[in-house]
Design a binder for this molecule. Structure first.
Ligand code: AMP
Length: 599
């Protein structure tokens, strides 16, 4: 696959394939890209007269111009064969002039040349071949003969024209060309020529029976502003012209609004306090969000997405940074989703501070913030729900009826609006991560769901918007949750394997350190299926939910039996021995009194 493509290699494709692919190239960058895509032949075509120079035909193109473009393409040192087009009047005057001009393209880096014409050019082709310059012929619609043809017209439609194309093709092959382009001829004629000649035929507007196909790069990629006519033989593989217009329009918008460049895109002198405050786009409807996402996708940009319920903290911001590393554009949604709350008082008390959130996201250079309104998300007649069986039924699912249905329904809607390539979810909500990952997979969302480790306060408490609702004493006691998780890990490292005993360790530590706390559940589960385990013999997850101060706090940690020296989540001032059987209440230091407070 990586061998250099040579003239004999192209000639050898005749009859045995694979079919030859040829695309025009006019400069270094596109030559590199087309070569990377595995094209066989890069034709530095005189079509550059039209697509690069904006002329009405190929006739004005000069030898100097062709030599220049051959040089640019050859600098890509492509695996593909570099084929240089001989422009109008560079070979028609005499074989010796043709030789000098063809030789010049070869000196610039072409490995073969192409010229138009059949019988009339046979002697010239012979002369070039005698001088060891490989030649590709070109018959049928020959654009340099635009005036004789009366326009770019399909040839070989009548008997007389058909006979001429056949004779021309034979003459080219006989003169020693290694391949021939058949342009603008009916498919049956192309098939006849292909069957008869012993050299590969490369078609353009010549039907599917040729030994290869060629397209002008700009046609293939849709690199125009939509003004070029589209002959039927062109297949568009992209519409990059429209993408270019949209991208540059967006650049203009950003410059005018001050959104470009942002702080991350600016240089700062050491000690300078000057920073760009930045702006990001706020979007409130699904239709506008989809439109924005489609624009990014059409431009080939990767969208990373972080769904949140706002009241942002460092945990959310770490997810945003993770998205930034994985994608070109980052979207954060802020939506307190009413249908995932099983208790109305929890919904009403959920902390909200949109202006602060927007400022934090601006500072992170987030590109768009999606803040749908509840009325827009769920109309009065909203009737659809997305549910994941099994995974969503235990743990939080068992204690919060309808919660995960609410989560998967809203995440579906958010995925459809934001159309992300990758979405980042926190491991803090371990069951949610598993449920969303399964939903995305089962329903073919085409979104990669990435989990991010839990971000903690310095006393080990998992950061959560709900922490703000704890009283000072509740906040102090909340650190017992990671501390109890630590003790479970220590017990595991000490050899305890029974899930009951490990869960009991958690409860015992909490009962000692935070007697007012109520453990809703503490379970050891398989990290993928979330099935409850009887013993921990392979990496497992301890998942817990604890009520404290009327607030429900959740946490989870990895339990790896192979890890004999687990690192602690919570700092310990005075270590205790781990309970071996997990039944003995542990004496542990109270959680640090100087626990760091939320910022
Ligand atoms: P929320 O705003 O609570 O719905 O959370 C939005 C996202 O942030 C979810 O994917 C959470 O799992 C994630 N998240 C919340 N807190 C943390 C944290 N402390 N560490 C990592 N991710 C978190």
């Amino acid at each position: 696959m990586h061998d250099k493509i040579t003239v004999p290699a192209i000639a050898a494709r005749k009859g045995q394939g694979p079919r030859v692919t040829m695309v025009t190239a006019y400069d270094y960058t596109f030559a590199c890209l087309l070569d990377r895509a595995g094209v066989d032949v890069l034709l530095v075509g005189d079509s550059l007269g039209m697509v690069v120079q904006g002329q009405a035909s190929t006739i004005p193109v000069t030898m100097d111009e062709m030599a220049y473009h051959v040089r640019l393409v050859a600098r890509a040192r492509p695996r593909a064969l570099v084929l240089g087009d001989l422009p109008f009047l560079s070979y028609q005057v005499s074989p010796s002039e043709a030789l000098r001009n063809a030789g010049r393209l070869i000196k610039e880096g072409a490995e073969a040349v192409k010229l138009e014409g059949g019988l009339a050019q046979a002697a010239t082709i012979e002369a070039l071949v005698r001088a060891e310059i490989p030649v590709m012929g070109h018959v049928g619609l020959t654009p340099q003969a635009v005036h004789r043809m009366g326009g770019h017209r399909v040839q070989g439609r009548c008997e007389e024209s058909r006979r001429r194309v056949l004779e021309d093709a034979r003459a080219v092959a006989q003169a020693g060309a290694f391949a021939i382009v058949l342009e603008g001829v009916p498919l049956d004629l192309a098939r006849e020529v292909t069957r008869e000649l012993s050299i590969p035929t490369i078609g353009i507007g010549a039907g599917p029976f040729c030994d290869g196909q060629v397209l002008v790069m700009h046609d293939l990629l849709g690199l125009d502003a939509g003004e070029r006519r589209e002959p039927r033989f062109i297949r568009r593989y992209a519409r990059f012209g429209a993408g270019v217009v949209r991208a540059v329009q967006r650049f203009g918008d950003d410059v005018r609004s001050g959104a470009f460049p942002n702080d991350a895109e600016s240089y700062h002198a050491p000690g300078s306090e000057l920073h760009v405050s930045g702006t990001n786009r706020r979007i409130e409807t699904a239709a506008e969000m989809q439109d924005w996402a489609d624009g990014q996708r059409a431009a080939g940009l990767k969208i990373g997405f972080v769904p949140t319920m706002g009241s942002l903290h460092e945990g959310h911001l770490e997810l945003v940074r993770c998205a930034r590393r994985q994608a070109d554009r980052v979207v954060v949604s802020i939506f307190v989703n009413p249908i995932q709350f099983d208790r109305e008082e929890d919904l009403l008390a959920y902390p909200r501070d949109l202006e602060r959130d927007l400022a934090l996201l601006r500072a992170e250079g987030v590109d768009a913030v999606y803040t749908p309104r509840a009325e827009g998300m769920y109309g009065d007649d909203f009737a659809t729900g997305v549910e994941v069986d099994r995974l969503a039924s235990g743990l939080c699912g068992a204690h919060r009826p309808g919660h995960f249905r609410g989560v998967t329904t809203v995440v579906s809607k958010l995925f459809h609006a934001v159309r992300p390539h990758v979405a980042i979810f926190g491991e803090k909500d371990f069951q949610q991560l598993a449920v969303v990952r399964r939903m995305a997979r089962d329903l073919d969302f085409g979104v990669e769901v990435v989990g991010h480790p839990t971000v903690r306060e310095s006393d080990g408490l998992a950061r959560s918007s709900r922490n703000a609702r704890l009283s000072a004493e509740g906040r102090r006691l909340a650190a017992s949750i990671p501390a109890a998780c630590d003790e479970v890990r220590m017990a595991l490292a000490g050899g305890v394997r029974a899930a009951d005993a490990l869960a009991e360790t958690f409860r015992a530590v909490l009962a000692t350190q935070a007697p007012l706390a109520r453990v809703e559940y503490a379970e050891l589960v398989d990290p993928d299926s979330l099935d409850a385990l009887a013993r921990v013999e392979a990496p497992a997850r301890l998942v817990v939910a604890v009520w404290l101060d009327g607030i429900r706090l959740i946490d989870n940690v990895l339990l790896d039996p192979a890890d004999t020296t687990p690192t602690r989540l919570a700092p310990v001032e005075r270590t205790t021995t781990s309970p071996r059987a997990g039944t003995t209440p542990v004496t542990m230091v109270p959680s640090p009194l100087h626990a760091a407070r939320r910022g």
